[in-house]
Design a binder for this molecule. Structure first.
Ligand code: DQA
Length: 144
């Protein structure tokens, strides 16, 4: 059976393409979803691509992934830097987790340098633009 990868996006990423394009690029989240879905088909995976502006919404999506998914790719956005709840939820998930940041959080303000999620992630991709999602998918394909 084709394995499912859940791709989760945190707050404000619904505005990708409109929001600070100098930092996050011109593509919309729908564009990224289309790219990742196409790549998944090529490499024999399926993706469930989701976004929530709320911490609890992301926690619920991670709980659902426990039942459905072989791996999780997550851009927790601002919750990366604040959320123990998302870290705890990811710690209930058995498969690999790859963390993605579109921008290089280490080149930005100091408060963005620490991510709670990184303690759980097998790998972290930051600063590769929206291409980071495809890189994460190619990598997670080797793990599931
Ligand atoms: C982000 C980086 C975060 O610091 C920021 O809050 C975001 C997006 C990124 O993809 O570069 O919303 O996760």
């Amino acid at each position: 059976m084709t394995k499912l990868i859940t791709v989760l996006n945190g707050p404000n990423l619904n505005l990708l393409g409109q929001r600070e394009p100098e930092k996050y690029g011109a593509k919309s989240l729908a564009d990224v979803e289309a790219e990742v879905t196409e790549l998944a088909g090529e490499i024999g995976l399926k993706v469930l691509f989701q976004q929530s502006n709320s911490e609890g919404g992301l926690v619920d999506m991670i709980h659902s992934a426990r039942e459905t998914s072989a791996g999780i790719i997550i851009n927790p956005a601002a919750y990366s830097h604040t959320s123990v709840a998302i870290l705890d939820a990811l710690n209930t998930f058995d498969g690999p987790v790859i963390e993605v940041h579109i921008s290089n959080i280490h080149k930005r303000e100091e408060f963005r340098h620490h991510s709670f999620v990184s303690a759980r992630a097998q790998g972290v991709i930051a600063g590769c633009g929206t291409q980071g999602y495809s890189l994460a998918l190619r990598h997670i394909a080797t793990l599931v």
